[in-house]
Design a protein around this ligand. Structure first.
Ligand SMILES: Cc1cc2nc3c(=O)[nH]c(=O)nc-3n(C[C@H](O)[C@H](O)[C@H](O)COP(=O)(O)OP(=O)(O)OC[C@H]3O[C@@H](n4cnc5c(N)ncnc54)[C@H](O)[C@@H]3O)c2cc1C
Length: 433
């Protein structure tokens, strides 16, 4: 691996105007990282990667490199581009082992993060560096959001997220409160009551988009985001139709193959796949087939009714009458994207949303309610990991500025209450028994 990495690093031309850096949404200083590596300064290169992008170990594995850094590499015009993804993966995963520093000096303030996905993690990590006491709330039992409960383990192993949880959260004193849905027993107002001086919402998009057709509620049907959260919980049989051809459809199809399905077919509305070329080519390689130009009309216990599709001048796709046919299958996965859930907002006053339920924010992530900030998919709509991190970096600075303008918070309503020793408390408890 190391030799391969150095071979790739040696192919870098060190361009004065690095197009790779421009193509990277978080503007990683790629030529400088490669220069440091070539100068045997791996730790400096690693430090630089983590300072710029706390989720560098993740991005190295899941970014859409073909459209970002590698897609912009000058070498790629005539030859293959420098594969920075493997260089980043090597440096960041090696350097991560050196990251054992404890928490920063506390600054007496606390902030709350709703959602332990890429957006929330970035906010918590950056604000903890400034000395804020950070608490992350998530309705799941572990950190990661889509990284853990969406992207399959064969693309992003859980060990990468566990390592991130240890180094960036545990060692830095960031608290994680699992299995806690904000907007149910606890609301955003409760967080302000309890002394959090600002609240970040990075709740992502977890409400599956429906097809709105007959049969969607049958027992052998599921939505992509529900399936990917725990694929082994489902019994979808050997012949699966995946409705949709985006990246999450590819994740479902490839996961279904690993779960034992023998025939997996993705159904596409038009003649163009929406998944990236890498993802669809892996799916093909693993035996997934594709049906093009098909509208999904109805789901039945024995299969799915599809019709040929047509596109009108306005770009609207519709079924061609008379072409309906039954495509037999044992299970159906609907993978046509996700939208926002409304609970969080409906339990909080003064937070504006768009018509589609996305949180309304300015470019620094301020929502319509002072002290509440947002970024990631919940504000931008479905995007990518690196974009969630890049936007959240800006928002973390805005939260810092906001909190610094406030007086230090009161930590209790009873500052003069005497302390009961543990021995006294135990004796008292026994007497009361
Ligand atoms: C299947 C799939 C595959 C993808 N693959 C890629 C890829 O390969 N590369 C890439 O760059 N992007 C990929 N994406 C997109 C990328 O994962 C998202 O853009 C990114 O995860 C958004 O980060 P986020 O922090 O905004 O939200 P999320 O990752 O969705 O995290 C939100 C978190 O908030 C929690 N939450 C929600 N509501 C509440 C609440 N009320 N209270 C407490 N917790 C709450 C959720 O449990 C979750 O942990 C993929 C998306 C999907 C669905």
């Amino acid at each position: 691996m190391a030799l391969h990495v150095m071979e790739e690093a040696n192919r870098c031309l060190g361009c004065k105007k690095p197009r790779c850096q421009e193509g990277c949404p978080i503007h990683t200083n790629i030529p400088e990282v490669i220069r440091l590596l070539k100068a045997n300064r791996l730790n400096d290169a690693g430090w630089m990667l983590f300072e710029n992008n706390p989720l560098t170990t993740v991005c190295a594995l899941v970014c859409n490199h073909e459209n970002q850094c590698e897609g912009h590499c000058v070498r790629g015009i005539k030859d293959s581009p420098v594969h920075f993804s493997i260089i980043e993966s090597y440096i960041s995963s090696t350097y991560a082992n050196q990251m054992t520093k404890g928490p920063a000096k506390p600054n007496g303030r606390r902030a709350a993060v709703i959602g332990a996905g890429p957006a929330g993690l970035t906010i918590a990590i950056i604000l903890a560096r400034y000395g804020y006491k950070m608490t992350i709330f998530d309705c799941r039992d572990k950190i990661g959001g889509v990284l853990r409960y969406g992207i399959p383990d064969f693309r992003l192993p859980d060990s990468v997220l566990d390592d991130l949880a240890y180094r960036h959260l545990e060692l830095k004193g960031i608290e994680f409160r699992p299995n806690t849905y904000i907007g149910s027993a606890i609301t955003i107002d409760d967080l302000f009551r309890d002394g959090y001086q600002s609240v970040f919402v990075g709740a992502g998009l977890w409400k599956p988009r429906r097809l709105n057709i007959r049969g969607e509620s049958l027992g052998h049907v599921t939505y992509a985001i529900n399936y990917l959260a725990s694929p082994s919980a489902f019994r979808l049989g050997e012949r699966i139709l995946v409705i949709g051809t985006g990246n999450s459809a590819m994740d479902c199809a490839r996961t279904a193959i690993r779960q034992g399905a023998r025939f997996v077919t993705c159904v596409n509305l038009t003649d163009k796949l929406t998944a990236s070329q890498y993802e669809s080519s892996y799916a093909r390689l693993e035996g997934v087939s594709f049906l093009y130009n098909k509208c999904t009309l109805e789901i039945r216990q024995d299969g799915v009714i599809l019709a040929d599709s047509q596109v009108d001048e306005a770009g609207q796709v519709s079924p061609i009458p008379g072409t309906e046919k039954l495509y037999p299958c044992t299970g159906v996965i609907v993978a046509v994207s996700q939208g926002a859930e409304s609970n969080l907002v409906s339990t909080t006053r003064d937070i504006d949303t768009s018509k589609t339920g996305l949180l309304t924010v300015d470019e620094d992530g301020h929502t319509s309610r002072p002290g509440v900030f947002a970024a990631g998919d919940a504000a931008s709509g479905a995007r990518t990991v690196v974009e969630a991190v890049a936007n959240s970096k800006r928002v973390a600075e805005a939260m810092h500025e906001y909190m610094q303008s406030l007086p230090l918070p009161r930590t209790t309503d009873y500052p003069d209450a005497p302390v009961v020793s543990f021995a006294e408390a135990s004796a008292q408890a026994e007497q009361e028994l």
